[in-house]
Ligand binder design. Sequence first.
Ligand code: ARG
Length: 556
Amino acid sequence: MFKDIKADIKEKLENIYQTELVVEASPRQKSDLAIPLFKLAKETNKNIQEVAGEIKEHLKDIKVIKELQFERGFLNIYFDRKKYANKVIDIITKEQEEYPKFKKKNEVVSIDFSSPNIAKNFNIGHLRSTVIGASLAKIYEKTGYDVIKINHLGDFGTQFGKLIVAYNLWGNEKGLNEDPIKYLQELYIKFHNEADLDSSLEDKAREVFKHLEDGDEETTKLWQKFRDLSLVEFKRIYDILNINFDSYDGEAFFVDKTAEVVKILEDKKLLKLDEGAQIVDLEEYDLLPALIKRADGATLYLTRDIAAVLYRMRTYNSKRILYVVGNEQKLHFEQLKKVVELMGYDDVKIEHVNFGLVLLGGKKMRSREGNVVNLKDVLIEAKDLALEAIEEKNPNLKDKEKVAEKIGVSAVIFNDLKNDRNLDIEFNLEQMLSYEGLTGPYLQYSSVRIYSILKNQEIGKEKDIELYEDDIAYELILELSKFSEVLIRAVNENAPFVISRYLLNLAKVFNQFYANHQVLVEDEKRRNANLTLIKAVRIVLNEGMRLLGMSILDEM
Ligand code: ARG
């Protein structure tokens, strides 16, 4: 709504004046929109008052505008609050959780996210990719794109040679089946310790890895088992987070598709021999050389990623691929982008959606050091904390355990998405589970509060919309009408946090409204107006939370 009116005004004036104009929300001016006129006055060589007068004429038949006022260089636009509110409320009431509806774009966006490495812990770092990626997928879908969610599993590489050697020497099925990932990690560590004493182990691992590359049956079977068992563990986490993928084709899937990549690079004369290895020289683009094939013939992470780009273009007809991966792979994705471009595929857009670190007490969380936090444990602890809060605040709640899990998981998700993804995030469970402040529970609680008011009420059709002229009520309406603009910003900047910030503000304004207004008043029409308004707030709050990946609750 808001964005449409803004765009209409902008377009109309730009057509008349043939120059770019700013039409912006202006909380500081206390109007609904403001147009700075300095530039236009200068360009048209007119007195600024005169320009203001002209524009007032041009805009006078836009129905929703009630008043136009020139003030210190700005033309302030005031909407007819009743008319505007009525429109906003009507649309939300009609579209419900589909609000705001977007047109289908017929464009496929692939989102490569989560993508953990098998036989290794899914740690808190992978959580960021998972949470950000899953939210982006929902935001893209909401705004009209077709989305393919890809889990590009790290299921290939020389480490599997080592793992298989270690397993054959020291492992057994029983141990493996008990706690697969933990067991495999321990075997991996043992391999390295032993290899320090006996270097022939490394040679053996290389040999076994070669077998794996060549598709040897025995070796592949074992690898498959490691993969399957790891995936079962990962899926447990995805279930808790309520996330699914369209594809789990990981690196291994692309191994036999790298031959074509090498061939194209050869044909285009892009390959160079460097100490036996094949590389693409990227010096003129200020990038380190892209390693395509090692001296021993093995392909690399990058080669498999190039093959994956071609596959995604062809299989999904996807011309845009997002990679939600931490900052430490910045160079990798720059190389990928460049090589794909040099190969001649210039209509595919590769975007590295990077993000900051997860800090624990101000320090980086690492997987190889002491301060690893296992994600499953974290989610369980979050749930326990939520349960404590319920016991204190609402001990008679039904399904306490289930609700606690939803609060806990949503709190972790929101903590990850509440700030610009490029910033590091602090991981403090107590803080993120607080019912006050910039937290998930705060948002959920605001929605629950509305539900509890609405629960036993019928909302009649006739409503006294004069109520919406009141400052706080109108502020709520304005916020609600800005939802589509917020979603567009979120999608354009790959930034779920734009939605988080919006929701926090919406909840704040709602809570102000609630503190200052009695909702369940005697007067039926007024009551209807109140209830309709808060119901609209709940719709938008819930839809926003859903887009972030949070759970929506009726009670907590
Ligand atoms: N498995 C990698 C890691 O955990 C991330 C893979 C990201 N996706 C990709 N297509 N390279 O570091």
